[in-house]
Design a protein around this ligand. Sequence first.
Ligand code: PLP
Length: 286
Amino acid sequence: MPRIAYVNGRYVAHAEASVHIEDRGYQFADGVYEVCEVARGYIVDMKRHLDRLDRSLRELSIAWPMNRAAMEIVIVEVIRRNRVKNGLVYLQVTRGVASRDFLFPADTKPSVVVTARKVDPAAAAKRVENGIKVITVPENRWDRVDIKSVGLLPNVLAKQKASEAGAQEAWFIDADGTVKEGGSSNAWIVTRDGALVTRPAEHGILRGITRTTLLDVAAKLGLRVEERGFTVAEAKAAREAFISSATTIAMPVVAIDGDPVANGHPGSVVLSLRQAFFDIAEKRPA
Ligand code: PLP
């Protein structure tokens, strides 16, 4: 019997079920999910699962894709169409499809997918009989920012907050008060005595390609570089601050948390780095 999935209002063959490539779940992990057990023809703890879904959606300011009663009908229908008596029902809601941009899109409908699958109760009982083994790993679920992963939900939330505060980027601050990096950029300052300062990229930040090339540019321009952490207070008191990324190259930062950096205008060092960048970066004919 072919499996059936529910995707955005339609019951479709599981094998052909798909979401758009610019779905924010796919692009940013900007979505939430629930899994309920189906046992002997009953959905287990559905109320609690839907309560948690409600909370998750509210925390991310994602609207319910349909009302709760309709969602319950869809869940039951997917289980029925797949003839699942024992198994799982999976439900995912994302912020929907929008042209790739960190900020929450306006007027985008959330996407919803519901699938169900059978689990053999005899195999499950066997696992209980045998027990399972575990291994231990360090808690690093939000820690591996050195990998350019699509798990960007914290970045999305930070940049959305920046936008709502009238800013264009958010800087993540470490427990020790130093600046880590931006939601989608690396962070730099130019000190009063003219040194370029940026956090080392060994761990705790993404090693930006633009950052690496800018270090080459700085060397060419004979600028002194210090790869070390800097505090927000140091950044506010600096001669200049700026961010770097492939989309912004070197972009002056003129205010941090509403306070001006130096005189509140783009500085000359960042502008000269920007100007020299293109000459030094690797270039292939497009
Ligand atoms: N840091 C983060 C978290 C980023 O997402 C990005 C780019 O998207 C950067 C830094 C800058 O990297 P690159 O210069 O390679 O664009």
